[in-house]
Design a protein around this ligand. Structure first.
Ligand code: CO
Length: 214
């Protein structure tokens, strides 16, 4: 792994601006006019999954929020502000929660090794591991258990999205943003879509009965 010097970041930026303007002299003038991204992405802060790179999206195309282990906490003003702005002002069509295998937050929660504020932050994942203890214990290696816990974490966080007042208001308006759960597999570079138990969530009243999909 090659690390940059700090000054390289600014040099890279100037080179990128020069190259971009060579291709399109109006690029930044157009970008400055405003944003209409159709996607809200909520992912882990891990440096190995830069969304724009792994999905080949460009500036202006994805509204982004990231935190340790992609948590949707109903008391997190930062997350809730991003979600409200994305749904009500930007009117995004898709909300994506993306976790990843090899997530340090999930591992620390599972092993009980998190320290400092992160220990508090990942407590919901610790609780999730306890709820799914039997399923996880049937898996033969710790890596398999951590991978499954990462998947369960994504599903739990998409489920939490459905409990926010912001989505309740959207549903009441008949505005149904499409919800997605992703796992990014760092070893392959591939995004794996998780099957959301929409039928079950409809039965529980978490999403409207006429929400598309089952
Ligand atoms: Co992570």
């Amino acid at each position: 792994m090659e690390y940059y010097d700090y000054s390289d970041l600014l040099d890279n930026n100037r080179r990128w601006v020069d190259e971009t303007l060579k291709r399109d002299p109006e690029y930044f003038a157009k970008l400055a006019e405003g944003q209409h991204p159709p996607f809200l992405y909520i992912g882990c802060s891990d440096s190995r999954k830069p969304l724009n790179t792994i999905t080949q999206t460009r500036p202006g195309e994805v509204f982004i929020h990231r935190n340790v282990a992609n948590q949707i906490s109903l008391t997190d003003m930062n997350l809730l502000s991003v979600l409200e702005f994305a749904i009500e002002s930007l009117k995004v069509k898709h909300v994506i929660v993306c976790g990843h295998y090899g997530c340090g937050g999930v591992t620390a929660a599972y092993r009980g090794t998190a320290t400092g504020l992160v220990e508090n932050w990942v407590t919901p994942i610790k609780d999730l591991a306890l709820v799914h203890k039997d399923e996880l214990n049937e898996l033969s290696t710790e890596e398999d258990r951590l991978n499954r816990l990462s998947e369960l974490n994504v599903l739990a966080q998409v489920r939490n999205l459905c409990k926010t007042s912001i989505l309740h208001r959207a549903f009441a308006r008949g505005d149904y943003p499409q919800l997605h759960g992703w796992i990014f597999a760092i070893r392959s570079g591939l995004i794996q879509e998780q099957q959301l138990p929409l039928g079950n969530w409809k039965e529980l009243g978490l999403i409207p009965k006429d929400y598309p999909g089952s």
